[in-house]
Design a binder for this molecule. Structure first.
Ligand code: SF4
Length: 392
């Protein structure tokens, strides 16, 4: 728990950080340029977003029914399905599947950040490598993922070049982004081939086929989850939609509102490798469906909007508060950031800390203009404040 003084000190300090300001200014400007191009090229995506909103509304209202279907589909296709009621349950299930002394390659996932899974697995005596470049930087430079899509949004290329020079012992040019990516890829290559377990989250999950969908640009996810013999997906229950067709629509909306004209890869996994050991694909497919407050939120008429969130990150780029303090908003102990991050923290984490951070919102509503799901963040954050005031 934190108090309001601590929250204002944290946010004031962040607002005075010149490196953070430079990094945020660059990232926000770049996003809006890309988003404008994307919306011009794919004008139909707004209508598609409305359709996805309806799919999400139906799915959240039928969460338990879809969960049952999703678990049956996973088992039918030779995988194993689990339900974790709490973060602790999820960590215990992963622990039983992984054990100790293992090498683990991990895809970027906010849901596993919510579980503090990397830290947990390292504490249990495993080697864990984040394989998304941004998340890899966060693993070593901290303090936490600062944006849904761009976890290292707070780091300038100058800072990254300095880190890579020290960490990898190689000379890199701060303006050569591709060169920096190549160095990290080189470092990770043997980790993929030697990994015992691959872990990911999910962008969306199709109940009818038991299929995880994962969007990426670096091809790190397909290496992380297909080369190791065991694959574990941690799926927030709000990610389940009825069909493959619905899931593809969600994929397109996330990609476009995330600012991508084209995403390089969309991975779908529907089960273990079929032909035999050593074939491309994991021998074991485990899916852990995570509740951790989601079921309760789905029954709350105001909070349930949070579960429609696709985690595209668009609202974070448009928010005037996020533009100044970045991912510090929602707190350093929260996996999540920004106004939507405060809402996720309230549902899945520390309600009191989330409540304190809810008071930082200006209630201006710009986030709603950016959001494909038209989530009314001011309404939810105002309600969180109201519930707090009603109790004192
Ligand atoms: S609230 Fe909307 S804009 Fe923000 S991350 Fe979620 S879906 Fe994207």
């Amino acid at each position: 728990m934190t108090d309001l003084t601590e929250v204002s000190q944290l946010l004031n300090k962040a607002s005075e950080d010149p490196v953070l300001r430079t990094a945020l200014d660059r990232a926000i400007a770049s996003y809006w340029k890309k988003r404008k191009q994307v919306m011009e090229r794919y004008p139909y995506v707004k209508e598609l977003a409305d359709e996805v909103r309806k799919i999400k509304e139906w799915s959240i209202d039928h969460m338990d029914e879809l969960l049952g279907q999703a678990m049956d589909s996973v088992e039918r296709r030779g995988g194993s399905a689990y339900v974790a009621k709490t973060a602790e349950d999820a960590r215990r299930i992963v622990d039983e599947l992984v054990g100790t002394g293992k090498i683990i390659t991990k895809a970027k996932s906010m849901t596993t950040e919510e579980l503090k899974l990397r830290e947990f697995l390292i504490e249990r005596g495993n080697e864990v490598y984040e394989t998304d470049l941004g998340e890899f930087l966060v693993q070593f430079l901290g303090p936490k993922p600062m944006h849904f899509i761009s976890p290292s949004i707070h780091l300038t290329r100058e800072k990254v070049a300095e880190f890579l020079r020290e960490f990898l012992g190689v000379e890199v040019d701060k303006d050569d982004i591709e060169g920096m990516v190549a160095q990290v890829r080189r470092f990770l290559r043997d980790k993929y081939f030697n990994a015992d377990v691959g872990i990911s989250g999910a962008n969306v999950f199709a109940a009818d086929r038991g299929a995880v969908f994962l969007i990426e640009n670096e091809s790190n996810i397909r290496l992380s989850i297909s080369l190791p013999p065991k694959y574990i997906a941690v799926v927030g229950m709000e990610k389940i939609v009825p069909t493959m067709g619905d899931a593809w629509k969600v994929v397109e909306v996330i990609s476009r509102y995330g600012g991508y004209k084209v995403t390089s890869y969309v991975n779908t996994v529907m089960g273990p490798a079929k032909v035999g050991k050593g074939d491309i694909g994991p021998e074991e497919y485990h899916v852990i469906f995570l509740d951790n407050g989601r079921r309760e939120a789905s029954k709350d008429p105001i909070l349930k909007q949070t579960l429609y969130c696709l985690r595209c990150g668009a609202c974070q780029y448009l928010c005037p508060v996020f533009g100044i303090v970045g991912g510090y908003w929602a707190g350093l102990n929260s996996a999540y950031s920004g106004g939507i991050g405060v809402m996720w923290e309230y549902i899945t984490g520390d309600k009191e800390t989330a409540t304190q951070h809810a008071f930082a919102c200006l209630l201006c509503g710009r986030c709603m203009e950016a959001c494909p799901m038209r989530i009314n963040q001011p309404e939810v954050l105002r309600e969180i404040r109201r519930r707090f005031m009603a109790e004192i």
